[in-house]
Design a protein around this ligand. Structure first.
Ligand SMILES: [Zn+2]
Length: 143
């Protein structure tokens, strides 16, 4: 099931990722699921709440932040479709940490930022048995 996203929203993700480099950015993907996949309508950038100087390679969204995101999504009649985060100077593939902390169904967009410039953007969804991530297609709609 692909993730549909506009160029404008993808640009917002890149700007967030590059602006916060060399730390790791994160945020929500808001939108709706349709018959063909997930339709991302907007993003909601949030602070990386990881502690102990680990912000360069892991992201944490606390339950409080999740609730905030959920409220904001319902106010706009949207759902939380997943999350995005950046990998500063790393490949755009999920880390073991990402796998250990992922929830089923949600899409995880990862932006690889090399030397402050976004390189690759990929999307992943947890396999049903949670053993690994499966890569999803990102379909750009050009808006
Ligand atoms: Zn990651």
């Amino acid at each position: 099931m692909p993730v549909y996203i506009s160029n404008a929203i993808l640009k917002k993700i890149k700007q967030h990722a590059e602006g916060i480099y060399p730390n790791e950015c994160c945020g929500f993907l808001l939108g709706r699921q349709n018959g063909n996949g997930k339709d991302v309508a907007d993003i909601l950038p949030v602070d990386n709440e990881s502690e102990g100087g680990e912000q360069y390679h892991r992201f944490v969204i606390t339950p409080q932040t999740y609730l905030k995101g959920d409220r904001q999504a319902s106010r706009r009649q949207l759902d939380i479709l997943g999350f995005y985060h950046s990998h500063p100077d790393e490949e755009a593939r999920p880390s073991q940490y990402d796998l250990d902390h992922a929830w089923p169904w949600y899409s995880y967009i990862i932006a690889s930022v090399i030397n402050k410039v976004t390189n690759t953007v990929t999307s992943w969804v947890l396999k049903e048995d949670r053993s690994e991530f499966l890569k999803e297609d990102i379909v750009l709609d050009g808006k």
